[in-house]
Every structure is written in structure tokens, then in C-alpha cells.
Design a protein around this ligand. Structure first.
Ligand SMILES: Cc1cc2nc3c(=O)[nH]c(=O)nc-3n(C[C@H](O)[C@H](O)[C@H](O)COP(=O)(O)OP(=O)(O)OC[C@H]3O[C@@H](n4cnc5c(N)ncnc54)[C@H](O)[C@@H]3O)c2cc1C
Length: 460
């Protein structure tokens, strides 16, 4: 069954029809509506000045093929947009043809195989999750409901309970891709395996347009429960040292996130929250999985304790939406951390205890014990992921917020072993996101698949 989704803002108007043989509708720089087409679906409103040559919003796979061929004919590079949520606005590229996939709407679940086919602009939480839940299934989509699965999956995809269930991209069984040669192919473990390998981790460096993901789904857990403990920031060192030394022992059904944020319901200033969300089949299993958090040595000083309280995927997604407001300017950065608590915890202090405004938050996301990765481009991770998120509205505050973020990340440098593409802006602070071996192999994929560099690649 194909499910219609909410329609994208209309881009077609008679005066914009260019009469191309394939009927493609291009919005070029001189067209009314160009600015809207350039950035209307971009989440981070600290908008870049970069000026594409044109934007096209195909409504069929055949139109994607035509768009790639047209770019080649006209000597344009190609940039791709799925959900428009990359913090560094990777789809807005100078002089390129932007292929905006917001017009492709496909969502189809196969009960026999448990595989769902989805268009890249599908928001993982807002559309894919409820669609699958109705069928008793789930996908390990992104935490914020509005993130498109396209960019999310290509860069790895840190979805629900990544520490236990793996990177979302490990659930991709095939991708349909329009290649630089303008051919539509299916890439999986047995055919076009080089593209399949690259599609699982190359992120915005992927040389092709993915038009469809084939995703392995999981049974929807019957019971969601969480433990939440809130602390004064004075307890930061003690709590985080304990967590650093404990998280690898917690059951792999538990997603563990420690974050600082401001929540006036708890305290006037920022607080440290230790959160553990378990997705299991019954209350008893949840109770066992969450038991280690009762040993937190600072528990008697907690401002708030919820212990093994039932929750729902909807409630968790609503909280994510609240934390990630639309219409804001954002600066975001991240690091994979490694080392003993005595080195890692002090290095995190500035990122955690000096948030620059009341909407900013910093997360610590457990990936321990580290799982071995399959053979795919995604290849850099560590036990601890830290990311700092700073939203604000007034452009006059840009400098102050960017300076704070740069300082917080600089403190982390001695314990940083890499970064995750999903929360990166490679122009500001590039770090290793693929292993050396994977990077070398990706260069070979480019040489074979896109020797003329039709696709724009990394913005670095
Ligand atoms: C509020 C918010 C919450 C987030 N939460 C999470 C999270 O929980 N976990 C996580 O891992 N990440 C998270 N992210 C990061 C997010 O996954 C990345 O920014 C991702 O790139 C967004 O995908 P997109 O399709 O929406 O973005 P886009 O900006 O549309 O895509 C980013 C780039 O990926 C490439 N690309 C995208 N689609 C295709 C395609 N079909 N074919 C070829 N190339 C393509 C292009 O180079 C494109 O420019 C979050 C981001 C935001 C804004």
C-alpha cells in the first residue's frame, strides 16, 4: 500500500515550466520562488548565502533520473536534499542543481519479510514510526521526529537504543540509487555492493541519489519505561564519573543519555539529567534493566527521581520536539570520547556546566559496550558520544554562541577520537569520521562511480 503524505509546498507554476524534454520543473536563480525553493525545507535557520544554480523537486523516480542527466548535460554538480535537517545545510551548494526529494512519497510495508520501503524524505519519527506501529513494528529512526531518513541513514543513523540495537544503517538491506551515469540501480550485499557499502556511512559524500530505502524492521516492544534522575550541576563530576564507569554493564535494552538542559519545572538554571529508557516486553524486564541506576551514588541529592516509570514512544518523541524547536538558528558540534573518567569528565565540564542560553543542551550518549561494526563505510565510534546543541533566534547572538561552542569542543580535544557526521559542520571543526581504510575505499568508489565528480561531496 502506498500511503500519501502531507504535500510539500508547491514549486510548480506555469511560468516556471522550462519545457525540458522530461517535463522537469526547474526553479532557477531568476525565478520567483527561488529563495523559497533554496531554503524552505531547511531546519537550521542560520541560513547560508550559498546559491545553487537551480532547484528541482521531482515527484517520481523517473524525474530523479532525468534531473541527474540534466545536470550532467548542463555542466552542473548535483546536491541532494531529503529532510533538510543537516545542521550545516549540506544540500545548499553553490552553482549546483539541488535535487529536493521532498516530492517523493512512498511508504510500503511487506508483512512477509518485515521490510519497509520508504522514500528518503520520510520523517523517521513523525511518519515512519506511527505507520509501523500500526503494524506492530518499529524502525530505529532518529530521536527527533522530523529528521528525514535520507541524510540520517547515509551517515550511520544514531537511532533509538543504538548501543543495543546498532546503527540504524545496519538495518538497511538495500538502496535504490540513481548513479552519476544517470542509471537507476538497486544496491545491496550482492549487486552494486560498492554503492551499498558507501551508502552505509559516507553521508553527504555519497556519490548517487538514493530514491528508496529498504529497511529491516523490529517487533514493536510491548513495554516502554524510563528512569530519570535530575541533579544540581555541583554533582556533575560525581555522577558522570559513576556513569562513565558503569554504563557498559547496563542491559543492552536500555538507551542511556545524560544531558544538561534548563527545565524551569525542575530548577531555574540548568540541571544534569541521567535518563535511561528501556524498550522491552514487560514491567519486570524493565525493572531489572533499570536496576543499576538505583546505585547512583548521588541519588540522595537528586532533585527529581522517576524510577522505572512507564512511558510511550509518542511521549518520548514529543519531548524531542520540545527540545529541538523549529525556526531557530543552530550551532551544533560533537565528539567521540575515549579515556578514563579522570580525563574525560573534566574535559566535558565546560560543555555541560556553562550552557550559553536556556534552550541549549549537551548530551552524553552511551554506546558501551562497543559493538563490532559490519563491513560498511561507517567506521568511527567510541563508547561515549558527546554533542552540544545551541539554538537561538537573534542573529546578533551568532558570534557569542559560536565562540562558546568552539571553546567547549576545544576542551574535549585531548579525549576526542573522532566525530559523527550527523552533528558535524566540517567547515568549522573537521575531525576523523571514517577510518583510514574506509576513507581509502571511498576514494575508489568515487573513481569507479563518479570520476567526473558530478556529486558535490563533503562541504569541508
Ligand atoms: C532536530 C534534529 C535532531 C536530530 N537527531 C538526530 C538523531 O537522533 N540521530 C542522528 O543520527 N542524527 C540526528 N540528527 C542529525 C540528522 O540525522 C542529520 O542532520 C541528517 O543529515 C538529516 O537528514 P536529512 O535527510 O533530514 O537532511 P538533508 O539536509 O536533507 O540531507 C543531508 C545530506 O545528506 C545527503 N543526502 C540526503 N539524502 C540523500 C539521498 N536520498 N541521496 C543521496 N544523498 C542524500 C546529501 O548530501 C544531503 O545534503 C538530528 C538533526 C536535527 C536537526
Amino acid at each position: 500500500m502506498n500511503t500519501p503524505r502531507s504535500s510539500s509546498p508547491p514549486l510548480r507554476s506555469p511560468e516556471q515550466l522550462r519545457g525540458d524534454p522530461d517535463g522537469l520543473v526547474l526553479v532557477t536563480r531568476d525565478d520567483p520562488g527561488f529563495e523559497e525553493a533554496r531554503v524552505d525545507r531547511i531546519f537550521n535557520r542560520r541560513l547560508p548565502g550559498r546559491q545553487p544554480a537551480a532547484v528541482v523537486r521531482p515527484e517520481t523516480e523517473a524525474e530523479v533520473v532525468a534531473a541527474v542527466r540534466l545536470a550532467r548535460e548542463r555542466g552542473w554538480q548535483v546536491a541532494v536534499r531529503s529532510g533538510g535537517h543537516s545542521w550545516a545545510q549540506w544540500s545548499v551548494r553553490d552553482d549546483a542543481l539541488v535535487i529536493d526529494l521532498g516530492g517523493l512519497h512512498e511508504l510500503e510495508y511487506d508483512q512477509e519479510t518485515g521490510i519497509v520501503r520508504a522514500s528518503p524524505s520520510t520523517p523517521g519519527g513523525a511518519e515512519l514510526a506511527p505507520y509501523l506501529a500500526e503494524r506492530g513494528r518499529m524502525f530505529v529512526g532518529g530521536h527527533c521526529p522530523t529528521v528525514g531518513i535520507g541524510g540520517f541513514l547515509l551517515q550511520g543513523g544514531q537511532g533509538w537504543n543504538a548501543r543495543g540495537w546498532g546503527w540504524a544503517v545496519e538495518h538497511v538491506v538495500a538502496v535504490d540509487v540513481v548513479t552519476a551515469a544517470g542509471e537507476l540501480v538497486r544496491a545491496d550485499a550482492t549487486q552494486h555492493a560498492d554503492l551499498f557499502w558507501a551508502a552505509r556511512g559516507a553521508g553527504p559524500g555519497f556519490p548517487g541519489v538514493v530514491t528508496r530505502f529498504h529497511l529491516r524492521t523490529r517487533p514493536l516492544p510491548r513495554h516502554f519505561a524510563h528512569t530519570v534522575q535530575a541533579f544540581d550541576l555541583a554533582d556533575f563530576d560525581e555522577v558522570m564519573t559513576w556513569l562513565h564507569d558503569t554504563h557498559h554493564t547496563v542491559a543492552d535494552t536500555v538507551e542511556i543519555v545524560a544531558l544538561t538542559k534548563t527545565d524551569p519545572r525542575l530548577a531555574p538554571g540548568p540541571v544534569l539529567l541521567v535518563t535511561a529508557l528501556t524498550m522491552v516486553d514487560d514491567e519486570q524486564e524493565a525493572d531489572q534493566a533499570l536496576a543499576p541506576f538505583r546505585k547512583n551514588p548521588a541519588l540522595d541529592r537528586a532533585i527529581l527521581v522517576l524510577d522505572n516509570e512507564p512511558t510511550t514512544p509518542e511521549a518520548e518523541r514529543a519531548r524531542q520536539l520540545e527540545d529541538n524547536p523549529e525556526g531557530h538558528r543552530w550551532a551544533v558540534d560533537n565528539a567521540w570520547l575515549s579515556g578514563p573518567a579522570s580525563e574525560v569528565v573534566p574535559a566535558m565540564r565546560r560543555a555541560y556546566t556553562t550552557l550559553p542560553n536556556e534552550k541549549a543542551f549537551t548530551i552524553w550518549f552511551s554506546m558501551a559496550p562497543l559493538r563490532e561494526l559490519p563491513d560498511m563505510a561507517f567506521s568511527v565510534q567510541s563508547e561515549v558520544y558527546l554533542a552540544a546543541y545551541v539554538p537561538w533566534e537573534d542573529a546578533a547572538e551568532d558570534e557569542r554562541h559560536l565562540t562558546w561552542l568552539a571553546g567547549a569542543m576545544a576542551d574535549l580535544a585531548p579525549v576526542t577520537v573522532g566525530q559523527y557526521l550527523g552533528d558535524s559542520d566540517l567547515r568549522r571543526r573537521p575531525h576523523r569520521f571514517l577510518s583510514e581504510e574506509a576513507w581509502g575505499r571511498l576514494q575508489q568508489v568515487y573513481a569507479d562511480r563518479d570520476p567526473d565528480r558530478l556529486f558535490v561531496g563533503y562541504l569541508a
